[in-house]
Design a protein around this ligand. Structure first.
Ligand SMILES: Cc1cc2nc3c(=O)[nH]c(=O)nc-3n(C[C@H](O)[C@H](O)[C@H](O)COP(=O)(O)OP(=O)(O)OC[C@H]3O[C@@H](n4cnc5c(N)ncnc54)[C@H](O)[C@@H]3O)c2cc1C
Length: 434
């Protein structure tokens, strides 16, 4: 077993791993990224929120991402009920100031490759086809990893700090028993790409479209050219009752949801649907001496608002900063040094998970579909959809969300008495998340 060393070892070359790698290398810290799957590789999750753009600028990849062959500019998010009757567009330029008016739809094979190439360009050692097997412990400190290289040989890679950016594989959390499902939020997603789906014209042509239905919701993400990413998220129980077949799940959604059917009439499926299960989990422990978990490896709830890449890149950037400061301060990285990243992760999860849970409440959705103008509540929703929560005034967004949650309780009560505050929805996801 050969042994090699580096200052920082990053497991995973997705958006979190590449972001951390770029920023560490730019700070003059020797960094190695170990990625199991040779790039480019398929990955679900191609809709970015506007708040991701400042970091893309800092990483030096914004122009590269904007000019990728399948990238589309998007200016908002469109929501429809399953019958297509209720419809609302949230525009990023109508968010509370300072608004970033657009973001991008990207194909993740292209996007992730741009980030990983940039990491290489700034001096990160990137090894593809190498798989992390287990952490190397030195007492309570993670001192590196045992990895299996392309030839199948096991090696020890030692490092002064380790970042787990392994995504849903949740390398550390799975091995250490820190990963727990949300008992009331057990979802499954089926995803594919199609050619020839119906496309909106005009300003909303690049928007993500979400179709909300009683048993879940479906997405349409347009790429440049004729390809559209489509997918659906439903309760795992419903999926199991239907025989657990990915194509059968999508076929069921297409057959039973008129708005989805209309958009897919005559469309050609480019590959058999893939399923993703058990993607909603919390991670109870996120850092310790020599290590920190970032991106999906630190927990994930639901992709409804496309915030995954934003959370992944921001938590990774924060961890890179913590490492640089700690190495400069005392030449090593302790668990406490990651306190800012752990606090940021907790705070971002709290904000977006509350927003996501609301989306599964039909009473909240009754307001959501009206884009309420009073007290700028619609603008606050647009801000949250843009991911605009990193500055101290984020309470202006989250406070209005809380107000809407209170109004949805009132709506539930008054609907029971036959005098709802706003017109109730005939359709909408029916299960809450905890
Ligand atoms: C159905 C669905 C739809 C989604 N849609 C969106 C969306 O539209 N927009 C959005 O922003 N987010 C979306 N997301 C979430 C998004 O995909 C993730 O949040 C994002 O990819 C997280 O980035 P990451 O770098 O943490 O992990 P990843 O992007 O998953 O990268 C992790 C990398 O680690 C590698 N790896 C794992 N284990 C090992 C190992 N042992 N050794 C070496 N390498 C390893 C993997 O090969 C992978 O390349 C969606 C998620 C789901 C489930």
């Amino acid at each position: 077993m050969a042994e090699r060393g580096t200052d920082v070892l990053v497991l995973g070359g997705g958006p979190a791993g590449s972001t951390a790698g770029i920023l560490l290398a730019e700070a003059g810290i020797a960094t190695t990224i170990v990625e199991a799957v040779p790039f480019p590789r398929f990955h679900v999750g191609g809709s970015l929120v506007p708040a991701t753009l400042p970091l893309l600028d800092r990483l030096g990849v914004h122009d590269g991402v904007a000019s990728l062959p399948h990238t589309v500019r998007k200016e908002g998010v469109s929501f429809l009920t399953d019958d297509g009757v209720r419809h609302v567009d949230y525009w990023f330029d109508e968010a509370l100031p300072p608004a970033i008016p657009h973001a991008y739809q990207v194909r993740r094979d292209e996007f992730d490759a741009v980030l990983l190439d940039r990491a290489r360009e700034v001096g990160v050692t990137v090894v593809e086809g190498w798989r992390g097997i287990k952490p190397l412990w030195d007492g309570d400190r993670v001192a590196g990893l045992t990895i299996r290289d392309r030839s199948g040989e096991e090696r020890e890679l030692r490092a002064r700090a380790f970042l787990d950016a392994s995504g849903q594989a949740a390398f550390m959390a799975n091995r250490m028993g820190w990963r727990f499902p949300y008992p009331r939020h057990r979802k499954v997603a089926a995803v594919t790409h199609v050619r020839g789906a119906w496309r909106a014209e005009g300003r909303g042509k690049g928007n993500t479209t979400i179709v909300s239905a009683r048993d879940g919701w479906s997405w349409f993400i347009p790429f440049a050219g004729e390809t559209t990413s489509i997918g659906t998220v439903v309760d795992t129980q419903l999926w199991r009752r239907g025989g657990s077949e990915p194509d059968a799940l999508l076929a069921h959604v297409i057959a039973t949801i008129p708005e989805v059917r209309r958009r897919l009439e005559g469309a050609e499926h480019l590959f058999p649907a893939l399923t993703l299960q058990d993607f909603s989990y919390r991670v109870l422990h996120r850092s310790g001496d020599g290590y920190c978990l970032v991106g999906d490896a630190a927990g994930f709830l639901d992709p409804i608002f496309s915030t995954g890449v934003f959370l992944a890149t921001e938590t990774a950037a924060s961890a890179a900063r913590d490492i640089s400061e700690a190495l400069a301060r005392h030449g090593r990285v302790d668990g406490n040094d990651f306190a800012p990243t752990v606090a940021l992760t907790r705070s971002l999860h709290r904000i977006f998970f509350a927003f996501i849970r609301s989306f599964y409440d039909p009473n909240f959705l009754a307001f959501f579909y009206t884009s309420p103008k009073a007290l700028h509540m619609g603008a606050a929703i647009a801000s949250l959809l843009a991911g605009d929560v990193l500055h101290p005034a984020r309470w202006r967004r989250t406070g209005r969300l809380q107000l809407l949650v209170v109004l949805s309780w009132l709506q539930a009560m008054l609907s029971g008495w036959g005098v709802p505050l706003v017109e109730p929805l005939a359709a909408g996801p029916s299960r809450g998340a905890r």
